[in-house]
Design a protein around this ligand. Structure first.
Ligand SMILES: Cc1cc2nc3c(=O)[nH]c(=O)nc-3n(C[C@H](O)[C@H](O)[C@H](O)COP(=O)(O)O)c2cc1C
Length: 362
């Protein structure tokens, strides 16, 4: 790609507002709409992603219900999986008509199931196909179209191969690249192992940004604190955080001010967070559903504080219930633990490093 081309692309990308300093990753079985609603209470600016949705299910199976989201979730990106440009473009069109802010393609998942469908990380071996997908989608929608991928796969993991992939896809109009900074082995490692065993190679993502300054590059993999995110922002355009958003949600309650430079954050303390969830929780119990749907996403709220164990235990108990009284008990539990949590935190003065992920394969 020429310098003028990348500069032009950067201008379009900036106009479309594609560069966000922080996003929370797409995670199957986790980032459903309840999880996203919970995360959105903590930060207004962070880009949220859905779980990966199979474009075939959406278009051929007519499962538009898979796209349900609440207006509060914006800004919200849909992650699609698939390998057929026409189907993916049609799926994107449906999503954008419903109000999604961005469309992202999964070129990073190495699971056997995804490989059988010939999508996910194995598409890194077919940059032209990914380019066709991006081009077809760019023609179908007017929101940012982005790709999440790995540094490489199997033996195709040199920096030069990464660059060739990115250049090919950039020519098709990809608005942002989210690079999970480790390669994936397509055979022999489970998806969980593929998130821990191949080493993180941040240097190659930084080099990509240096050598393609006009492209929007977001780095992903292993970032667990605001401090770690801030440390990347001079080197790349943004950071995607996955497991640490689930394990330590409160860590990100200061993202709007510290990472986005905004004037304030939405919540004063953890009690305010739980209070903000109360109407939503009443909606759940009112529909006769178990609080577990939502509360499983707040288990890490007191992580790193003296009350962490009591909170998890208490929430696990309350999550089994579907009565409104449980919501009041949840709030009381948070009030009871909050004071010691806030004083433990002020002793550490904010920028603590979160411990390594509790359930890396979750
Ligand atoms: C439970 C789980 C489910 C995931 N599902 C997806 C997915 O649907 N699509 C995707 O692109 N990546 C998926 N990932 C990978 C994450 O988006 C992210 O790339 C990875 O966890 C590395 O980031 P982290 O170290 O910040 O967690 C998943 C990760 C986890 C832990």
């Amino acid at each position: 790609m020429t310098g003028a081309g990348t500069a032009g692309r950067a201008a379009v990308a900036a106009a479309r507002g594609v560069t966000r300093h922080l996003s929370f990753a797409p995670m199957m079985d986790h980032t459903d709409r309840h999880c996203r609603f919970v995360l959105r209470q903590l930060t207004r600016e962070t880009l949220l992603y859905t779980e990966m949705i199979n474009a075939n299910a959406l278009v051929l199976g007519r499962r538009v219900d898979l796209l349900t989201f609440a207006p509060e979730e914006h800004p919200l990106a849909l992650q699609l999986g698939g390998d057929d440009p026409t189907t993916l473009a049609a799926a994107a069109r449906i999503a954008v008509d419903l109000g999604y802010d961005e469309i992202n393609f999964n070129v990073g998942c190495p699971s056997d199931r995804v490989q059988k469908g010939r999508f996910g990380a194995c598409l890194m071996a077919e940059p032209e196909r990914v380019a066709d997908i991006v081009a077809a989608t760019r023609a179908a929608v007017d929101v940012p179209v982005t790709v999440k991928h790995r540094i490489g796969i199997d033996a195709r993991d040199s920096y030069e191969e990464l660059l060739a992939f990115v250049d090919t896809v950039a020519r098709a109009g990809c608005d942002r690249f989210t690079v999970h900074a480790r390669k994936a082995w397509l055979h022999g490692l489970s998806p969980t192992e593929n998130r821990t065993v191949p080493p993180l190679r941040y240097g190659e993502v930084h080099r990509l940004k240096r050598e393609r300054p006009g492209l929007a590059i977001e780095i992903n993999g292993g970032f667990v604190s605001r401090k770690a995110v801030l440390g990347q922002l001079g080197l790349v355009d943004g950071v995607m955080v996955g497991r640490a958003a689930l394990d330590d949600p409160w860590m990100w309650s200061r993202a709007d001010s510290e990472i986005f430079g905004g004037p304030s954050d939405p919540l004063a303390d953890r009690v305010a967070f739980v209070a903000a969830l109360v109407p939503y929780l009443h909606g759940i119990t009112g529909a006769g559903l178990k609080l577990h749907l939502v509360l499983r996403h707040v288990l890490g709220l007191f992580r790193g504080t003296p009350g962490s164990r009591r909170w998890k235990h208490g929430v696990a108990e309350l999550a089994r219930r579907s009565d409104a009284a449980a919501i009041g008990e949840l709030l009381s539990l948070a009030r009871g633990l909050s004071e010691s949590a806030e004083s433990a935190e002020s002793a550490e003065s904010g920028g603590r490093e979160a411990p390594a992920c509790e359930h890396p394969g979750s």
